[in-house]
Design a protein around this ligand. Structure first.
Ligand code: CA
Ligand code: CA
Length: 320
């Protein structure tokens, strides 16, 4: 066998071994060395926002970000577990909310638990409530008490609030990105492009990210191989070598949310859908983003999130 053929065979075997095989547990897409790696991003001016999609991404502003260093991947369950074991930290979803601090929240929503996506039954005519508060859901049990993260060590940690993310970042001497840093990194050097990879729509050609294919919230035809979240790094990296900057799980930023880029809305942010609630900006979309419902699988996309609420499709990555 010629050395070229042997080399080609080794490459093919390696690709099949590293690829996300559904037959082997635990599911891993990247070696640990890449999951724990970070990347220096040279700052610069860029077009922040997009005027072709949702109103909250307008107007486009030319802004500048300084150099920063960002995680290659979303923070994984294994990484969060190391933090919890070292510090004894207990997340908000595990603690529940105190009546003293949150007198207006009904008692049933103050018990330990968090929000879980449940695909509604399309055969029923009732209005679909696809987000449910599930007592006992937390980062160790992302879909409720009977679920677990066993075998999912390289999946992104979810069911963490803004403060839970900050606590981890502080522990490793890093911080959460600003929205502008996150968007700059997500663009991967492609100025003004619709997507992290350019202009080809996400569901044309090969799968580019873990999103939702089919009619949300009823039918997920699962072309990308993952109904829920996926191990970090299963899809191609962007131009800066960063994984899952599109989809998989939404990511917390340190920026207060406002309904547009026109002006600041104060340190607590403002979301017209939930006035009075402190909201931060999430970026990147998740495995629930679809063509028909939430085209938020783009660098400019953004969403408000109540800082006290953890959810099954929200995680984070850190910067320095
Ligand atoms: Ca998917
Ligand atoms: Ca992501």
């Amino acid at each position: 066998m010629s050395s070229l053929i042997r080399f080609t065979l080794v490459i093919i075997i390696t690709i099949f071994t590293v690829a996300c095989s559904k037959n082997s547990e635990p599911l891993v897409c990247l070696p640990d060395i890449e999951i724990n790696a970070t990347r220096h991003i040279k700052g610069g001016k860029f077009s922040f926002g997009d005027d072709r999609y949702y109103a909250n991404e307008k107007p486009i502003q030319k802004i500048e970000v300084k150099d920063f260093n960002i995680d290659l991947t979303e923070v994984t369950n294994r990484q969060y577990q190391a933090f919890v074991e070292a510090t004894g930290y207990v997340t908000a979803a595990e603690r529940g909310l105190s009546e003293k601090e949150f007198p207006d929240i009904p008692a049933e929503f103050r018990v330990p638990g968090s929000m879980v996506f449940v695909s509604p039954d399309s055969s029923k005519n009732s209005s679909p409530a696809w987000w449910q508060f599930v007592p006992g859901a937390n980062w160790r049990h992302p879909l409720g008490p009977s679920s677990s993260i066993k075998g999912k060590e390289t999946f992104p940690v979810v069911q963490v609030t803004y403060k839970d993310a900050i606590a981890y970042a502080n522990w490793i001497g890093r911080r959460l990105p600003t929205e502008a840093e996150w968007e700059f990194a997500s663009r991967g050097g492609l100025e003004g492009a619709s997507y992290s990879w350019g202009e080809e729509p996400p569901h044309q050609g090969k799968s580019k990210a873990n999103t939702w294919q089919g009619h949300f919230p009823f039918t997920n035809i699962n072309e990308d191989g993952f109904i829920g979240s996926s191990p970090v790094g299963c899809f191609p990296a962007n131009g800066y070598g960063l994984f899952d900057m599109t989809g998989n799980v939404w990511e917390w930023t340190n920026s207060a949310y406002g309904p547009d880029h026109m002006r600041g809305y104060g340190a607590k942010g403002y979301d017209p859908q939930q006035p009075g609630v402190e909201v931060k900006t999430l970026k990147g979309g998740s495995f629930l983003c679809s063509d028909n419902y939430c085209q938020r699988f783009r660098p400019a996309s953004r969403q408000a999130q109540d800082v006290t609420l953890a959810s099954s499709h929200i995680g984070f990555r850190t910067v320095k």
